[in-house]
Design a protein around this ligand. Structure first.
Ligand code: ADP
Ligand code: ZN
Length: 817
């Protein structure tokens, strides 16, 4: 009898691939272990064993595997089941899910790395567009994998481009197999056993009587060890004894010391002893009770509590009781809210049972957390993480908390799997027979509707903790202010008055502007030309600080122009405004205040974000200008005033969710104000003070917003009444995209009739030199989702077989939030 395994490869293949194994291997291998296998021509791939059996493949001869990579499974059967669900629901392959689910370091490959040939002078003009993109990327990164090149150019077959770049001597190649994860070792040192007794030590010190420095080191080692009763790091010994690594080395060479390693965690908790969790107030106690009651009949409960009502402390109590049952907890947060503030808060309560999973952590750190969760370690009972943490190898989940559940960043847009972490979390919880709490001050329409329809439990807290008042929200009509000349730059007189007052009283101010950079458009006053990105159909944003024009879609930059590129005059003007401009105006208007900015440009790097938050907490900042980064779960005690510089560009965003989102964003950012002694204040500048969303924001009328928006969704056939699948077609040839998308839409219409919208160019119709066209399918509640997806797949398969459409990428996005 022959033995086989089916293997999942981390590439978009529809099927698992079958390989033959020996009998001995079949006895050793288990589902969830990794193997290295040949695939394609010569490439070595990492595969994951999905099944072990004795049925030979029908179509091809099974190749042999190269190597078994694990001794134990690294993926559990529950994970595999979850991957299958994700792949099916979000219409992608299990291999794509695997790529997202496993830390990169787990997927070993014979990967071709390319790097820049520094010996060759390259002129931009020598390169074609696609060559230039690769060349440019190599300025930011010393080497690139083929796969990365593929995503930069957004096409699969990039070898021709790479070949050309080699011929032009622009790049160099290297091929290597490597395991990216290397545990971090710390070097420790101790006395050899024979010197640890009193007699032995005496003897040693005697022997060293003429080597004063070495003697000093021995005595220091002895005293640190006695004092701390812990292993002594070489580094600490050198520091404390004021010696050098060379002297320690001499002592090791002489056989007096020995050095050794202990594997330690990079992500380590170094806090104090655990703090007791807080006693809840009456409203929190009631909410906790209601959540527990609703869990008797519901798997999911929505906690709708206004900002600062103390939701986190309620979660903490829930976590406590799940831990007491010995089960794990997953606490999901939008990436950006994963600040030290919440991490510290939970660590104070739960010590090193808290593990954090964050995209800003290194590959090494992610592997560490993964392994702790896999081992059901005491160090990973509570996982605090962003969306991708749903893919961790949980052993026995008892509870998932999705905090800020309305946040759009829970949905992954690119690449596949295009999953929504909140929705997938509910499925994950189900696999573990765990409960889910969704929490928000401004729930998504979907979740609130599910609660209203009794699919979820609903629990509300309508009071801020300690009865702190909600801030007073005032709308400022800037059309009128401009008319009456009461504007200084983009600041109305009301804004200036309130800022002045808050600063005089020693409070802090937050100013919100939903655009980064100085100004989104540069325009010539003479001929009207405005510079656009060479790769995208969008105008370049002016960044004053770096004196650059930048594309926010592809990252293209060039120096700010001194003259108009079209007519050559130097009469250039800027239109619209971003955070940089507000920052610079604030500095001029309030010269004594310390002004800082928080947006994508100022928060790059591992601790960029934390530094600003800390500065604000420590009151080193008086006025903080920022984008929606400001809105996420921050607890700013001394902020009295929040200013929204322009509400209109939020409201006018062309998306059916724009109104819901504006409401959420404005209430969330308002929630940052007024945890102070005096009531907080929010000023919203707008050209449309009578806009119903702004009216609802101003009186904190969530229910009013919900009802009205729900009616619009019903009228215009949008979620939660209809599900959406968005199909995007992409190619660098405009005509190809046109004909391909027409064909696709026509085929869809034969099945789905009037529920097909488009094809339509999106607002920015070309990105990274690729034209985009969207088709939207609306799926009524009574229509089977499974059958709908089948039909789409079938059309897609026919599409792929049509010669002239070759190379057109089709992107399927289910539940396009
Ligand atoms: P939310 O998550 O609803 O925005 P938080 O849980 O962050 O609210 O609570 C707001 C503030 O009130 C925090 O500073 C928190 O420490 C404090 N707080 C909440 N509940 C309690 C409690 N039971 N005892 C003491 N302080 C509390
Ligand atoms: Zn661009």
């Amino acid at each position: 009898m022959n033995h086989y395994i089916d293997v999942i490869l981390a590439i978009p293949l529809e099927n698992m691939f079958t390989y033959s194994i020996t009998k001995a291997e079949s006895q050793f291998l288990k589902v969830g272990m990794r193997v290295s296998v040949p695939f394609g021509k010569t490439k070595i791939h990492t595969g994951l064993v999905g099944a072990i059996h004795t049925n030979p493949p029908l179509i091809y001869d099974a190749k042999e595997i190269h190597q078994i990579l694990d001794e134990k499974p690294i993926v559990t059967s529950k994970q595999l089941e979850f991957w299958q669900w994700i792949a099916k629901y979000y219409m992608c392959t299990v291999g794509e899910v695997m790529r997202a689910a496993l830390p990169n370091a787990f997927i070993l490959e014979s990967e071709t790395l390319i790097s820049r040939n520094l010996k060759k002078e390259i002129k931009d003009t020598d390169l074609k567009d696609d060559e230039y993109l690769v060349f440019e990327a190599l300025h930011h990164q010393s080497s690139l994998k083929i796969q990365e090149v593929s995503s930069i150019l957004d096409k699969k077959n990039v070898l021709p481009v790479i070949k050309r770049l080699i011929e032009k001597e622009v790049i160099l190649l290297q091929e290597e197999i490597y395991d990216k994860y290397k545990p971090k070792y710390v070097r420790y040192v101790k006395l050899k056993a024979e010197y640890t007794s009193e007699v032995g030590l005496h003897q040693l010190l005697n022997d060293l009587s003429r080597a004063e420095k070495q003697k000093q080191v021995v005595m220091t080692l002895f005293s640190i060890a006695a004092k701390t009763k812990k292993p002594v790091k070489v580094k600490d010994l050198v520091e404390e004894s004021g010696s050098s690594p060379a002297i320690v080395k001499t002592l090791i060479n002489k056989g007096f010391f020995e050095d050794y390693h202990i594997q330690t965690d990079r992500v380590q908790y170094e806090g104090e002893d655990n703090e007791a969790t807080k006693a809840l107030n009456a409203y929190q106690i009631e909410a906790l009770k209601q959540i527990k009651t609703s869990f008797e009949t519901q798997n999911v409960t929505l906690l709708h509590g206004i900002t600062s009502s103390g939701k986190t402390e309620v979660y903490v109590k829930l976590i406590e009781s799940v831990l007491a049952e010995g089960r794990q907890v997953l606490y999901l947060l939008p990436e950006i809210a994963l600040t030290t503030q919440l991490v510290t808060r939970l660590q104070n309560y739960f010590g090193d049972q808290v593990a954090v999973f964050h995209s800003k952590y290194s590959a090494h750190e992610r592997v560490e957390v993964y392994n702790h969760v896999l081992g059901n370690s005491a160090k990973a009972k509570i996982i605090l993480g962003a969306r991708s943490s749903i893919f961790l190898p949980f052993h026995d989940l008892g509870l998932i908390i999705v905090d800020e559940e309305h946040e759009q960043s829970f949905k992954q847009f690119d690449p596949a799997p295009r999953y929504h972490a909140r929705d997938a979390a509910i499925v994950l919880a189900h696999l573990h027979q765990a409960k889910t709490v969704l929490g928000s001050a401004t729930p998504s329409l979907e979740s609130y509707n599910n609660a209203v329809e009794n699919k979820y439990g609903l629990v509300e807290i309508n009071r801020r903790y300690n009865n702190v008042q909600l801030p007073d929200i005032e709308l400022v009509d800037i059309a009128e202010k401009y008319k009456k000349k009461r504007m200084k730059g983009h600041f109305s007189d009301r804004m200036i008055e309130e800022i002045t007052e808050a600063l005089d009283e020693g409070y802090q101010v937050i100013l919100f502007q939903n655009r980064r950079g100085y100004s989104p458009i540069v325009e010539c006053n003479i001929c009207g030309h405005s510079p656009e990105c060479p790769n995208c159909d969008v105008s370049l944003t002016y960044h004053q600080f770096r004196k650059q024009l930048r594309c926010h879609y592809c990252g293209h930059t060039n120096a700010m122009l001194l003259k108009c590129m079209a007519c050559g005059t130097s009469n250039l003007d800027t239109k619209g405004f971003g955070t940089e401009q507000i920052e610079s105006e604030a500095k001029t208007l309030f010269p004594k205040a310390k002004v800082a900015r928080m947006d994508l440009d100022t928060t790059r790097g591992k601790y960029g974000y934390e530094k600003i938050i800390t500065a604000l907490e420590q009151q080193e900042i008086d006025i903080l200008v920022g984008t929606q980064m400001l809105t996420k779960g921050l607890d700013f005690r001394n902020v009295k005033l929040v200013g929204v510089m322009n509400a209109d560009n939020l409201l006018n965003f062309p998306d059916f969710r724009a109104h819901e989102r504006s409401f959420q964003l404005m209430l969330q950012v308002s929630g940052r104000a007024g945890r102070t002694k005096k009531q907080g204040k929010v000023l919203i500048q707008t050209y449309n003070p009578y806009h119903k969303i702004l009216q609802q924001v101003s009186i904190n009328d969530y229910l009013g917003m919900f009802k009205e928006q729900l009616q619009e969704r019903r009228d215009f056939k949008y979620p939660p009444f209809y599900r959406l699948i968005k199909i995007t077609l992409k190619h660098r040839d405009y005509n190809k995209v046109e004909t391909a998308s027409d064909w696709f839409a026509k085929s869809l219409r034969q099945v789905f009739k009037a529920n097909v919208l488009g094809p339509e160019f999106p607002g920015v119709s070309r990105v990274r030199n690729q034209y985009l066209k969207n088709i939207l399918i609306k799926i009524p509640q009574q229509q089977s989702l499974g059958k709908t997806k089948e039909a789409i797949k079938k059309i897609n398969t026919s599409f792929e077989a049509i010669g002239p459409f070759k190379g057109v990428r089709v992107i399927l996005n289910v539940d396009n939030y």
